[in-house]
Design a protein around this ligand. Structure first.
Ligand code: MCA
Ligand code: AMP
Length: 495
């Protein structure tokens, strides 16, 4: 059986629950039926294998049926943030060349106003009977997932069926996913964490998905009370959960109900981990991944789940840690983490240059700085570039924000950095040099408005700081490390 066919073989889980979302409670059989009908509707609309179909909608059962439908017709899924700004939407639609958009009532008006491509509603996409039978190769592209980088606008990581299904089957085996599991899922569906770990890994293993369009600690606690066995979350969600439990300690015993809590997308602080365990929760299983490599390193299900470490390479994954010249380093020495194996992306969509730069032969350069201990456990200690910020698990490219703010005529120059933050991991801060004589108190809200129009919510600077000049090295390059250090000192509370 081809790898795509493995994902589409939903009927093997028959009347086991597939989705609980809003009022919908669908069995695997029902999800399969709806996805086939929607697939037939897409085929009737002329969607052919290899076409890109964008899905831009809030999380819902129909959204999941639409995703499966896109795969039924052999098209390439392009998941899009339903809160993306107009310029971001335009970029992804143009770059991916998506011919058809699947929306919902909240995103449809924006999309129609923005493009002359056909826009269908995921809810009404159900007229057909049976999608065409297709032969799809494992190397064909299943999805293009957009992710920020160190240069300009986001790039689309093209993920093959081989990468996707291999990675999610490996994860399912490593974490013991199976029918009988129910996952509480409140992650966004336009990134690998929510789409692949949350949806594909569940559908491949017959897991029931309790799907929510936004994260609320109370909803997660309700899911635990209702029998959720697995939770996938980013560290910010665990911090929020702990805040809620501090106010309602009588709910803490619910944490012992689930068998598995996983964390990823950003570093989980050992303090949060310890507080969670202190409330009676099982040790959180932290793992490491990336849009371009899928999930590659994980703490074990059975064995030590080490706080502050992302664990051991998953089966089939090779890792190495290298110095600036690409030479492999010994255990215990920090360097860049590089990854090889069957789960790597095929390349960036339409960007051969960027793809070439991202690989060293068969090794993908992650840009993360890591140490491997003598026992093989890997620790992520930072990034090689300060131009990448992680806020609440979302990746933010500093350049993209700098380009937007620098367009304002009253700005001489701007540097965007991530300031360490207990809730978000890092907080986006814009450091601005204004033109002489400009009133910075008046400029700040104007820049905030500009960011609001051009950038999705999590990329918008949480703070705008004005300085007389940016620190630069002898080569004229802005010294972001220095800037970050200075701002952290100036932000320290008074003794
Ligand atoms: C929301 N806000 C944020 C963020 N999220 N600000 C900075 N960073 C963020 N990540 C702001 C909003 O703009 C708003 O600001 C205020 O917080 C409340 O907004 P709301 O939407 O209510 O926030 P929330 O629902 O509480 O969102 C927090 C969140 C969310 C649930 C933690 O950020 C989130 O879903 N993060 C998951 C990211 C993720 O899935 N990453 C996967 C990529 P204001 O009040 O000013 O309007 S990484 C990946 O895929 C790899 C493979 C991996 O390893 O997993
Ligand atoms: P993205 O490009 O949005 O897929 O994010 C991938 C990046 O998230 C990685 O390169 C890491 O920097 C970060 N990341 C993911 N999981 C972890 C983790 N468990 N600990 C630290 N960083 C992580």
């Amino acid at each position: 059986m081809g790898l795509r066919a493995r994902l589409l073989a939903l009927p093997r889980f028959a009347d086991a629950t597939a989705l609980i979302a809003g009022d919908a409670r669908w069995s695997y059989q029902e999800l399969d039926l709806r996805a086939r009908r929607a697939g037939a509707a897409l085929a009737a609309a002329g969607v052919a294998p290899g076409d890109r179909v964008a899905v831009c909608a809030a999380s819902s059962a129909e959204h999941i049926a639409a995703i499966v439908a896109v795969h039924h017709v052999g098209a390439i899924l392009v998941p899009i943030n339903p809160r993306a700004s107009a310029p971001e939407l335009r970029h992804v639609l143009e770059d991916s060349g998506a011919s058809i958009l699947l929306a919902d009532s909240t995103t449809r008006p924006t999309l129609i106003g923005l493009t002359d491509r056909r826009v269908y509603d995921v809810v009404t996409l159900s007229q057909g009977e049976e999608p065409p039978a297709l032969a799809v190769a494992d190397e064909d592209i299943a999805a293009i997932v957009y992710t920020s980088g160190t240069t300009g606008r986001s790039k689309g990581a093209a993920l093959s069926w081989r990468a996707l299904v291999t990675a999610m089957a490996t994860l399912g085996a490593a974490w013991g996913l199976g029918p009988g599991d129910r996952v509480s899922h409140a992650l966004p569906l336009f990134h690998v964490h929510g789409l692949c770990v949350g949806i594909y890994a569940s559908l491949l293993h017959g897991v029931a998905i309790a799907l929510h369009s936004r994260f609320l600690p109370s909803t997660l606690l309700d899911d635990l009370a209702a029998g959720a066995t697995v939770v996938h979350a980013v560290p910010t969600m665990y911090s929020r959960l702990l805040e809620t439990l501090a106010l309602a300690p009588e709910l803490a015993p619910l944490l012992a109900r689930a068998r598995l809590f996983t964390a990823g997308s950003a570093a989980l602080s050992p303090d949060v981990h310890a507080a969670f365990v202190g409330l009676g929760g099982p040790p959180i299983l932290e793992r490491y991944g990336m849009t371009e490599t899928l999930i590659t390193i994980s703490n074990p299900l059975a064995g030590e789940r080490r706080p502050g470490s992302v664990g051991l390479p998953l089966p089939g994954v090779e890792i190495r840690i290298v110095d600036d010249d690409g030479c492999e380093l010994e255990a215990g020495t920090p360097g860049e983490l590089q990854i090889a194996g069957p789960t790597l992306m095929t390349g960036y969509w339409n960007a051969p240059e960027a793809t070439r730069a991202a690989f060293d032969g068969r090794w993908f350069r992650t840009g993360d700085t890591a140490i491997r201990g003598p026992d093989g456990y890997v620790q992520i200690i930072g990034r090689t570039s300060l131009d990448i910020i992680k806020s609440g698990g979302f990746k933010v490219g500093a350049r993209e924000i700098e380009d937007v703010l620098a367009r304002h005529p009253h700005v001489v120059e701007v540097a965007v950095i991530g300031r360490p933050d207990p809730e978000w991991g890092e907080r986006v801060v814009a450091v601005v040099v204004a033109r002489p004589g400009v009133d910075s108190a008046a400029l700040a809200p104007t820049l905030a408005e500009l960011a609001r129009l051009e950038l999705t919510h999590y990329k918008q600077p949480r703070e705008i700081v004005f300085v007389d000049a940016l620190p630069r090295n002898a080569m004229g390059k802005v010294e972001k490390a220095k800037l970050r250090a200075t701002l952290s000192v100036s932000a320290a509370p008074d003794p």
